[in-house]
Structure formats: structure tokens, C-alpha cells
Design a protein around this ligand. Structure first.
Ligand SMILES: *Cc1c(COP(=O)(O)O)cnc(C)c1O
Length: 409
């Protein structure tokens, strides 16, 4: 059995160059790049006309639905360099009780390593392999480090991972078990990022921080490509995305643009809703103030560790996409997140991660304040399996040798 049948049939990729997301300056493809000269993310550009001529949309429809179905819109040149663990298309799970009849959860917890970080890291690691990288370091709140360690170990790249010392225990152990050297740091993810940056400047390793290499966005972009195909090439009305570094939101926005240029979708865009936690909401603050860049959020705290990101290098890209889409950035309190997770688990049978719970809580607020209506088709992102996070205690016990009150069970 082939893990990815699409990799045997797809045509080569169509990358032309990379481009600074701030200045538009051009960078050569097939070379190792970090940030652009002005310190901003690089975006991968493709010959979309050539793709349009070579790959009719019907061909995509006819392929198996895994992530490599989109091969021509992705950067890896040589199939041998694709380091795969079986990246499936994730299902849209209806949540009629907790969301409503037009609400679906895109359940990313089913991807390798249990989170959508697999999408970004399978691409970034495959490109690192293609470009000859031998050692990678990364700051992480947990899931990215796990995906990096899994894919990199699989292809013999060495990894060193730094995470805040209160990162969920299961993530730290998962990273270690996948063969990375993982260190707990007494700080937040940007403090970890500073250590990675320092080592990279000394030439010790390649810096794999969010958006500091160009290919994670391309992997995350596949969420947008998948949504288009799953909704019959008409996008939903709104997307609620738990926003940390914002890679997925930026990636989906890029995907929609490419799909329209290919003529595969029209001009209609979903409202992009960037969801953050009230205890760490730099993008929400910048959105409300009408500014293009976000200040560092001091004293960041939330149970949704994946979105505890005080500072995002792609802040302006997130804000731009949200504003262009007619969406908003909104924050929800941790107690609403916990309530949403519990409600969805109990009523809809779907266990969300706290970040996924944040999108559900935000959706309910948005319904209340009229930002979306119950008729709108809405997608909520659940970015990791809820099984990776601490859950409320369940301590009721039975003494098998005592008298059991069956009526009370
Ligand atoms: C990383 C992560 C996020 C945030 O994703 P970005 O695209 O970096 O904003 C949200 N939820 C979970 C579970 C994550 O691991």
C-alpha cells in the first residue's frame, strides 16, 4: 500500500520565486532562506498560469483526498524529499448542538502527531531536506515541536526544541520521544525564540520559528485548499481560527487568492475571524486600535497554550487578511473556553482542544452580537486532538467488594 498515492501521479511543482511579504522584494527559489532582508516572512510564488494549463480542477477532484493531492501548488521539487506520515484530508464534523445546523468543526486533531502543525512541518522539513539542512532548532508551545521532531527524525535531521516550562507535559515528552533534544525554558515562546535566534546567528542551527522559514505557510495553506474542495469550490461564509503566530490564517488567505487566480473559485471570501484568548490578545488589540502591527502582549496567560503567543512576526499579514475579509479579531475568556470544550464533548461527542474551544466560544459571541447569523455556513478550527490536554478530574469509584447501589449509578 502506498501511503500517498498522489505522490506517484502528480506533476512537478511550479515554484518561480519567493517574495518579501512586506516589500515585495524577489528572492531566488531552491536556496535556503529565513526572513527577508527587512525581517519579515517570505512567501512562495508559483507560475499559476502554467498550473492552470497543466492541472484542470477536475483532475484534483479525481485524486485521493490526502494533502499531496495539491502537489503542484506546493513547494517540494523532488518526490523523494517528501517526508510523509500520512497527511489525510481532515473531516468537517457537524456540531449541531453546540454550534448549530450550519456549523462544522474542521477537526485537525486527526493529523499525524495529533495537530495541524503536521501540515506546516511536513512541508518545512521536506524542504529542509531538499535544501540540505542538517540541524534545526525551534521555539514551541508544544505541538509544533512534536511535529518537527517526528518529521525531522524520520529523515535524519537533528532537532533542538525549546518550550516554556509550563508547556503541557504530554507535549514535552512527545517531543523527547520523537528524538529531539527538548529544553524547558523559564519564559514564554518568544523568550525561547530569542535563544533559537541567538544560536542561529552563531551558525549552530537553522531557525524554524513560526514564519521565519518560508514553507510552513505552504503546508498550512492546504487547509484553505481543502475547505474549497470540501465545500464544492464555494467557500463558507466565515472561518473562526485560533490565532497564535497566524500561519494558518495567512496560509488560507494565500490559498484563496491562488485558487481564484486558477479560476477554481470565485471572488467571494469568508469572513476571517482571528480568535485569541483574553489573557493573550495582541492581534485583537491591534485590530481594535486600527493599527498595522501589534505590540508585545505582556504577562500572557491562557489555558489555550497553542495561542499563547505574545508577539507574531506576521502580525500585519494576519491583520490585513482579517480586515480585507470583513472579519474581526476577537478574544474569549478561559472560562468560556472550558465551557465550550465541555459542552461540545457532552452534546456533540467531539473533544476539542482548548484552542478549538476558543473558536466555538467566539462563534457563540459572534452570533449574539450579530457578526454572523445562524444561516451563515461557518467553519471552526479544532487544531489539535483534545486528548493532548489536561481534562477535568473524574474520580467516582466503586468498591467491588461492597454493596453497589445500582439505582444510583
Ligand atoms: C499552533 C497552534 C495554534 C495557532 O496556530 P497558528 O497558525 O500558529 O496561529 C492553535 N491551536 C493549536 C492547538 C496549535 O497547536
Amino acid at each position: 500500500m502506498l501511503i500517498n498515492p498522489n505522490l506517484t501521479t502528480a506533476r512537478p511543482t511550479f515554484v518561480t520565486h519567493l517574495e518579501c511579504s512586506m516589500t515585495g522584494e524577489r528572492y531566488e527559489a531552491d536556496m535556503l532562506h529565513g526572513l527577508s532582508r527587512v525581517g519579515r516572512p517570505l512567501l512562495v510564488r508559483y507560475d499559476l498560469d502554467a498550473i492552470k494549463a497543466a492541472v484542470p480542477r477536475a483532475l484534483i477532484d479525481a485524486r485521493p483526498t490526502d494533502m499531496w493531492r495539491w502537489r503542484e501548488l506546493l513547494p517540494v521539487r523532488h518526490t523523494d524529499n517528501v517526508v510523509s506520515l500520512g497527511e489525510i484530508e481532515t473531516p468537517l464534523v457537524p456540531v449541531p448542538a453546540s454550534g448549530g445546523l450550519n456549523t462544522w468543526v474542521k477537526d485537525e486533531g486527526r493529523l499525524p502527531t495529533g495537530s495541524f502543525k503536521a501540515r506546516g512541518l511536513v512541508m518545512a522539513v521536506s524542504m529542509a531536506k531538499e535544501l540540505g539542512v542538517k540541524r534545526i532548532a525551534m521555539p514551541t508551545n508544544g505541538n509544533a515541536g512534536a511535529a518537527l521532531a517526528a518529521y525531522a527524525s524520520r529523515c535524519g535531521i537533528e532537532t533542538i526544541v525549546f518550550c516554556p516550562d509550563d508547556t503541557p507535559e504530554i507535549n514535552v515528552r512527545e517531543i523527547a520521544l520523537h528524538g529531539a533534544r527538548v529544553y524547558r525554558v523559564n519564559g514564554l515562546i518568544d523568550d525561547c525564540g530569542a535563544i533559537v535566534g541567538k544560536g542561529a546567528a552563531e551558525g549552530r542551527w537553522f531557525d524554524f520559528s513560526t514564519l521565519k522559514e518560508p514553507y510552513r505557510i505552504e503546508g498550512k495553506k492546504t487547509m484553505g485548499l481543502e475547505l474549497a474542495a470540501q465545500f464544492g469550490w464555494k467557500l463558507p461564509d466565515a472561518i473562526f481560527y485560533p490565532t497564535g503566530g497566524g500561519t494558518g490564517l495567512i496560509g488560507m488567505w494565500k490559498a484563496f487568492d491562488e485558487l481564484e487566480k486558477l479560476g477554481w473559485i470565485g471572488a467571494k471570501r469568508p469572513k476571517m475571524v482571528a480568535v485569541q484568548a483574553s489573557g493573550c490578545a495582541p492581534i485583537v488589540k491591534a485590530f481594535q486600535e486600527g493599527v498595522e502591527h501589534a505590540d508585545r502582549w505582556e504577562g500572557a496567560h491562557t489555558i489555550a497554550s497553542g495561542i499563547r503567543v505574545p508577539r507574531a512576526v506576521g502580525d500585519f499579514l494576519i491583520l490585513r487578511a482579517v480586515r480585507e475579509s470583513g472579519g474581526v479579531a476577537m478574544a474569549v475568556d478561559d472560562d468560556l473556553i472550558e465551557e465550550a470544550v465541555a459542552f461540545c464533548a457532552r452534546e456533540d461527542g467531539l473533544l476539542l482542544c482548548p484552542e478549538g474551544g476558543a473558536t466555538l466560544a467566539a462563534y457563540r459571541l459572534a452570533l449574539k452580537n450579530g457578526l454572523v447569523s445562524a444561516d451563515d455556513k461557518v467553519v471552526l478550527f479544532n487544531c489539535a486532538t483534545g486528548l493532548k490536554y489536561p481534562m477535568p478530574a473524574a474520580n467516582d469509584a466503586i468498591d467491588k467488594d461492597g454493596v453497589i447501589d445500582f439505582d444510583a449509578l
